[in-house]
Design a binder for this molecule. Structure first.
Ligand code: TNX
Length: 617
């Protein structure tokens, strides 16, 4: 038993920082942490008391502990005779405590002889996530230990989102669940599932089977960048996939068990070439041949605003709403070229009949009609910030992606807003450093510090308008991300920074404490769980040129247990080179230079990019 606990708890030796760190190593940093002396020892005899055995949070914890080798299960405290109750060596999960708690909040008390978590629904779940992060293995006692402290916590924002584009590249149910696991561990609560686009249709719609028969498969895929050197090269390999309704239901339930709501996105009227390829009669020119888009960028083949189109979209949305019980349905609305509408007599007539100004007005008319249907079903609509152009639909929530301008304008119109600007480091398809050693990406630069420092609430808004900022989301567009390993590389560690943006009070944030004090342990834990991630370059190492005759290089690994290797002979460092252990002093003769190059390699063999400090005199 003892050994099982040792082997399976995702525990690593209690790191020094956890003892020193003011946040006890927790990500996202809590609202308040009071460290206490001592530790709780988790033993096979520990009793887990609960007062709501059937709640989702309790079931999650019971399942987690079982997988970790703890066979004791949970005990309903109401079934235990009052006189026989002893809290000694117990963990008490209480949802029926007296008093108020901020939304999604929890209190966690760890004392040497017992632990208590008070929290309701997601609040209890987040208390459990924090507790799991605090479980460490010690060398001496052989049991897992949890450092003592008192934590009071609740999120800054109610909407804490992570998006995944499963169209440009398809990812199967198992991977989507893995992604959801990560979100849950870091207290994100909304999964924006981008299910349809020009390059594919990924959700079974019973009434329109051609959507998946035709629309889920593209014949081939663009190689490299749209405007790259060989911009007319394709891979000659079919790519596709879709989720059956049963699979969707499975993922919705899996997410719900982890207090994650899914926002499904069905793109319209643009980004819908897969739909047009399946049902050409919904385009403005049904005589044209259409195929599922094989290129990246924006296709000009969009939906025509006919009654047939609205009927089919309503039918599709109806099935979508049956599958996804959440409040929000995302209808895209972004990047809709108006070329096809401009050429269409039907559209010209519709603009005149409806008294619209132009094609932008027609886009508003389109979105407005869809919103009416969504609202009639008791749901709310989200759209990308283009839905502001030509007039905003009355109840729409705006997702601001082209900077914050759209979000600010929408909040000033008293509409709800979710901030997700690419300029704020929230486009996780952007590169994580300016080094040419980074893998192919769409471009842009979104280093970890940029994501971390983003603040979703623009100072230009009044207090009343700021209330409309529901929260924040990062987006994972996958044009240039074809594999699960690369999704994880682009996601981690930036998603941990996002989690702190979404959860932690601004005054508690510190990039140095996050990246140097807490992240190294989390990356080591993620590694033991089999996740891929980008190994941040060692602290103190960056591409730079310095001039002078004397230098000292002082580096620290960014992942617990990782090693740094270096060269000074111009060769790329690797594990066969000298290991960096202590600061090194260099003296550079006049007119000479030395290139100090370093690489960090983790216990599992993951490698950072190579950084070079050119020291010249
Ligand atoms: C813009 S964000 C898009 C996506 C692309 C993404 C690439 C948005 C509403 N539209 O279609 O995949 O840029 O970064």
């Amino acid at each position: 038993m003892k050994n099982i606990l040792l082997a399976l708890l995702i525990a690593l030796p209690a790191p020094l920082f956890a003892q020193n760190d003011a946040n006890m190593g927790i990500i996202p940093a809590p609202v308040s942490v009071k460290k206490e002396k001592g530790e709780f020892k988790l033993t096979p005899e520990t009793i887990i008391f609960v007062d709501s055995p059937d709640s989702k949070a309790v079931r999650f914890f019971a399942d987690y502990m079982k997988k970790a080798g703890f066979v004791g299960g949970v005990t309903d405290i109401n079934q235990v005779d009052k006189k026989q109750r002893s809290l000694k060596n117990s963990i008490m999960l209480s949802q029926n405590f007296k008093g108020d708690m901020p939304a999604e909040g929890y209190d966690l008390q760890i004392m040497p002889d017992h632990i208590t978590i008070n929290g309701r629904y997601s609040g209890m779940f987040y208390g459990i996530q924090t507790l799991i992060q605090l479980i460490h293995k010690t060398g001496s006692s052989g049991y897992a230990t949890i450092p003592c402290g008192v934590i009071k916590d609740h999120p800054r924002f109610g909407y804490r989102g992570m998006h995944l584009d499963v169209v440009r590249h398809f990812f199967d149910v198992d991977f989507v669940k893995r992604y959801i696991d990560l979100m849950a561990a870091y207290k994100l609560n909304t999964f924006h599932w981008h299910l349809t686009d020009d390059q594919g249709w990924r959700i079974e719609i019973k009434k329109y089977p051609k959507l998946t028969e035709i629309g889920s498969m593209r014949a081939q895929t663009k190689i490299g960048k749209v405007h790259g050197v060989d911009s007319d090269l394709f891979d000659n390999t079919a790519h596709g996939g879709y989720y059956t309704q049963a699979q969707i239901a499975e993922v919705v339930a899996y997410a719900s068990d982890r207090f994650i709501t899914i926002v499904p996105e069905i793109e319209m009227p643009g980004h819908s070439m897969a739909l047009v390829a399946s049902y050409p009669e919904l385009s403005c020119d049904p005589t044209k041949p259409y195929k599922v888009f094989e290129n990246w960028g924006v296709s000009k083949d969009v939906l025509c605003p006919t009654d047939a189109t609205f009927k089919m979209l309503n039918d599709i949305l109806f099935e979508v709403m049956e599958l996804f019980p959440g409040k929000y349905i995302h209808i895209g609305g972004d990047e809709c070229p108006k070329d096809a509408w401009k050429k269409s007599d039907y559209c010209r007539q519709l603009i005149a009949d409806q008294g619209l100004r132009d094609e932008n007005g027609l886009q508003s008319y389109f979105i407005g009609r869809i919103e009416k249907f969504i609202n009639s079903q008791g749901r709310s609509m989200i759209g990308w910030d283009e839905i502001l152009e030509g007039g905003l639909a009355p109840n729409a929530t705006v997702m601001s992606w082209r900077g914050e301008t759209g979000g600010i304008a929408a909040a000033q119109l008293n509409h709800d807003v979710i901030m997700t600007p690419g300029s704020g480091g929230l486009y996780f398809d952007h590169t994580q450093s300016k080094s040419t050693q980074e893998p192919l990406t769409i471009g842009g630069n979104a280093p970890l510090w940029k994501t971390y420092n983003y603040d979703p609430v623009p100072a230009t808004l009044t207090k009343e308008q700021q209330v409309h900022i529901l929260g924040v989301q990062a987006n994972m567009w996958t044009e240039y991300i074809a594999t699960p390993a690369k999704v994880e590389y682009m996601l981690l560690p930036r998603m941990l920074a996002l989690s702190e943006v979404a959860w932690t009070p601004k005054v508690n944030k510190s990039f140095t404490n996050f990246s140097e004090g807490r992240l190294p342990h989390h990356l080591a834990m993620l590694e033991t769980q089999g996740y891929n991630y980008r190994v941040p370059t060692p602290i103190g190492a960056k591409d730079t040129t310095v001039t002078g005759d004397k230098f000292s290089v002082d580096l620290t690994p960014t992942v617990e247990g990782a090693k740094i290797y270096y060269t000074i002979d111009g060769y790329t460092p690797r594990e066969t080179d000298l290991q960096y252990t202590t600061p090194i002093k260099f003296t550079i003769p006049a007119g000479k230079h030395i290139d100090f190059q370093a690489i960090e390699i983790t216990p599992a063999g993951k490698r950072s990019i190579v950084t070079a400090i050119k020291m010249q005199n």
